[in-house]
Design a protein around this ligand. Sequence first.
Ligand SMILES: [Cu+2]
Length: 163
Amino acid sequence: MTKKMVWMETAGVASIIIVIVGLPLLLWYWQAVFSLRKYPAGSKVIDLTAVAQGGIWTQDRVAGYNYWWKTPARTPDIQLNQGEHVVVRLHSPDVLHSFSIPLMHIQPVDMPAGHTEDVEFDATRPGELTFLCYQVCGPDHHSLLGRFQVKGNGKSENDKESW
Ligand SMILES: [Cu+2]
């Protein structure tokens, strides 16, 4: 082998390694670090996925490849602290869902399959906030209910009120 061939072979192997290792790393970095920077500092970011089968809101990661063999866990009540800025990143792996928090006057937000929709709100008062799906998404649609529990901070007048 000539020096040029050795160099070309090395460059070829290096570019394959960059694609196999670098690309997933870049995607991971985008999802785990960079995509969070657009939200106000200190935001509580929650990923919520609506699953039509069983009518489940889950915080598990659900993708097309695991949707059919893994039953995602229904999320327990989600704990928030009064005063927190909350970002809910909505995902749908299957059909069109929608997300609403009626007590916050957050109107139904469409959640097309495969897209991520953000809903932001401030947990201004303590109490319970129910969220639900407004789209008739399947036979288990009525089960698509979940709840935030906002814990009071005891600092404001509002603490005496609740939702
Ligand atoms: Cu629904």
